[in-house]
Design a protein around this ligand. Structure first.
Ligand code: NAP
Length: 326
């Protein structure tokens, strides 16, 4: 089978398309024939070894297939699999090392969900990592309640466009911040108050009950000043140029201040589960969540797809698809 294989840390141009043995499912795992693979900033971090901490925690990336999000058809079952059969259409997360930027990927059954016909493969592949981060940011970390004012910084981005829709679905009055060219996209999501952050500081529209921060790397002090006295700041992430810790210094400071503040200051550590995928599917089927796929690339152009993610300036989700048309 063909796969984009990581042979060293580097930019997308270092990712060659190679022939590779079929992945074998271990206990509790299945092999999925990939129809579409969703990309996100995390894949780029692992590819580039950036921030530098990634290199310490993940040495020896040689010979690995990157990519987490996938949608496709179950091809083979490992020992102990119940609830899935060969031929089932599924979506979810690939295992580390035999990832989704390949024709076949290995996945844990408890991180997969059946994909109904009502959700296309590309849209399904756009959901897992970004959707789970958005879900946890809005529901668990910010604990958004109906009627609250919620600001989503980066409301057109991979996580942000899903977080804005989930907050709206949960009854919040959502303000979305994005750059000029993305204002229409955010409006089309059903967000009525959209701020072009290149023309106006969205924090000036506060106070907000919650801020979901997915871009811009604004100082903690500024973000907190735009919150109500008991509001919640959820730092999902940002892409500053600093090499060693990336945006983590600001998040760590938020964690330190949280116990002594009336405001809730959360550094999000997202995780994904079958239950989360079911919750996302429930929102999609209820017409309250729609992933935006902004670009599609064939596997041969996967490196180009990764380069297009744009280091913290993404628009919706980018997917690699195994079938035409692109
Ligand atoms: N903590 C976790 O568990 C977790 C999970 C998933 C992702 N992340 C991290 O979260 C971050 C966002 O991920 P993503 O996939 O959503 O990235 P993305 O698709 O690039 O979205 C980031 C968005 O932020 C916007 N932005 C940039 N500067 C801004 C500013 N000054 N004000 C307002 N918006 C601004 C960008 O577009 P415009 O500038 O054009 O508006 C872009 O749409 C990344 O750092 C990622 O690694 C963390």
């Amino acid at each position: 089978m063909r796969a984009l294989v990581q042979e060293r840390f580097g930019g997308p141009e270092t990712l060659p398309l190679r022939e590779r043995p079929m992945p074998q499912p271990g206990p509790g795992e299945v092999v999925v024939e990939v129809a579409a693979a969703g990309l996100d900033a995390g894949v780029v971090h692992l590819l580039e070894g950036r921030p530098a901490m990634v290199r310490l925690s993940r040495p020896g990336r040689e010979g690995r297939v990157l990519g987490s999000d996938l949608a496709g058809r179950v091809h083979a079952l490992g020992p102990g699999i119940e609830g899935f059969a060969v031929g089932d259409e599924v979506f979810g997360l690939a295992c580390s090392g035999d990832g989704s930027m390949a024709e076949f990927a290995r996945a844990r059954a408890d991180r997969l969900h059946r994909r109904p016909d009502t959700l296309g493969a590309e849209e399904a592949a756009a959901l897992p990592v970004s959707g789970c981060a958005a879900l946890h940011a809005v529901r668990d970390a910010a604990q958004v309640r109906p009627g609250q004012r919620v600001l989503v910084l980066g409301a057109a981005g991979g996580v942000g466009h899903l977080a804005a829709q989930i907050a709206r679905a949960d009854g919040a009055a959502v303000t979305g911040a994005c750059s000029t060219g993305k204002v229409e996209l955010v409006r089309e999501l059903g967000i009525t108050e959209v701020i072009d952050h290149t023309r106006e500081d969205p924090l000036e529209r506060g106070p907000f009950d919650a801020i979901i921060d997915t871009g811009g790397h604004r100082p903690l002090r500024r973000l907190r000043s735009a919150l109500t006295p008991t509001g919640a700041l959820v730092i999902v992430g940002s892409e500053p140029e600093r090499a060693i810790a990336g945006g983590l210094g600001r998040s760590a400071l938020a964690g330190l201040l949280n116990p002594v503040s009336r405001q809730r200051l959360v550094m999000l550590f997202s995780h994904e589960s079958q239950e989360d995928l079911a919750a996302l599917l429930d929102l999609v089927e209820g017409g309250r969540l729609r992933p935006t796929v902004s670009a599609r690339y064939p596997l041969e152009r996967g490196a180009e797809a990764l380069a297009s993610l744009g280091r913290g300036r993404g628009t919706g989700k980018v997917v690699v698809t195994m079938s035409e048309p692109w």
